[in-house]
Design a protein around this ligand. Sequence first.
Ligand SMILES: NC(=O)c1ccc[n+]([C@@H]2O[C@H](COP(=O)([O-])OP(=O)(O)OC[C@H]3O[C@@H](n4cnc5c(N)ncnc54)[C@H](O)[C@@H]3O)[C@@H](O)[C@H]2O)c1
Length: 432
Amino acid sequence: MNQDNIRVAVFGLGFVGLPLALSFALRGCKVYGVDVNEELVEEINSGVTYHHESYRGEGIREILRRELDAGRFRATTRPQEAMASCDNIIITVGLPVSDGVPYTGHLEECVRSVAASLKKGDLVVVRGTLVPGMTRGLVLPLLETSGLKAGEDFNLAYSSERIAEGKAFEEFENMPGLVSGYDRGAALRSRELLSVVTKAELTVASSFEVVETAKVVENVSRDVNIAFVNELARFTKAMDIDIFEVIALANTHKRVNLLTPGPGVGGYCIPNALHYLTPRAGELGVELALMGTARQVNENMPAHVVSLVMKNLKVPPAAARVAVLGIAMKDYSSDARCSPAHRIINLLERAGVEVRAYDPAVPSMYHFTVDSLEDALGGAHGAVLLARQDGMEFTDLEFFVRLMNSVEPFVIDAKNMLGGVESPPGLTVEGL
Ligand SMILES: NC(=O)c1ccc[n+]([C@@H]2O[C@H](COP(=O)([O-])OP(=O)(O)OC[C@H]3O[C@@H](n4cnc5c(N)ncnc54)[C@H](O)[C@@H]3O)[C@@H](O)[C@H]2O)c1
């Protein structure tokens, strides 16, 4: 394929869509990014994005500006403008989950807008995470309202998205992928398109449904694995042995891969994953008891962390101050939006505790965030460590003792950030 002649319209310019669109552009393709958010489109066209992504040492803003200047990328709110000149359409609009229920409205609106400008010969690749069965049951009939037929007039493919935020460019390139098509021709055409960006293997699967299900299950399996070690942590604590040593030892077995316990599971992907399976499981009359229990175990972790704080507090909650260090949804992330830290802080505040939180990588200011470690720890009765960040490594625990309130200060270390560091007299350190 001559990449200069490839024209791609990427629908949705969020965490997946923008870096994906730029990944095609920086390989020479002519790319339109389509989004309904006018402010976002304007911002992107003026060279501004707040995503924390980079590729080969270059930040996403620099990549964006170069691709805009070179005329290889442009954002628009007008699907027809993008689709008039593109025969490859990639949909990255997903299904937000609210109260455990996936919302299909954005995806439906997006597919309708694609259908309205669909041409003979177009390839449509759905890349968002779906409830298994939705490419065939929802996307296909909506596209066919155009009067065109899949397999005859246009190609329809589903290819799951596996990137992690912060590593998007590198993972588009190097993460093995899965593709499926309405027929084999659609799957092969989709693989050819995606291979412009992806150097790793792209496996052609037998149906949309297996790829949709594999995607959801990849995330559910991590949820279950984390719930397993979170539960195990209670057992090892009661045994007075180190959970992290147990996990490291168990993982020396070549067929064992235990993840690490923590204060809960954050982000959009893993906590939502089960909710993409349950609608279909309900329709099919299949009970997913183990997966449901695992989700509940992880959902309950913030309350468990708070119970450890309450157990260690030597003053009434209403007179207590607690430092929360690391509020990102996972280690080294700058994203705190779907982080268990919010639940923990909310539960502490509801109990009357004053919370001062610090995370050097999270730019968002919440009412509970302060500007430095010293501000967070100063006078605190307890500290809770929730996420690792560069610039927040602790090798000297005297630092905690010096800053914290002198009445039996304690640290709840939910991430083993103090593992191997000796506690000075007077400081209690407790894991999960
Ligand atoms: N973020 C990740 O790291 C990640 C990883 C793997 C898979 N996914 C999946 O990829 C999909 C996209 O995730 P995301 O994080 O990029 O979401 P996002 O919310 O950041 O972006 C979605 C974008 O779609 C736009 N949009 C909504 N309706 C539209 C329409 N009708 N037409 C055009 N644009 C429309 C929104 O304005 C938004 O900018 C989801 O299904 C998600 O589960 C995300």
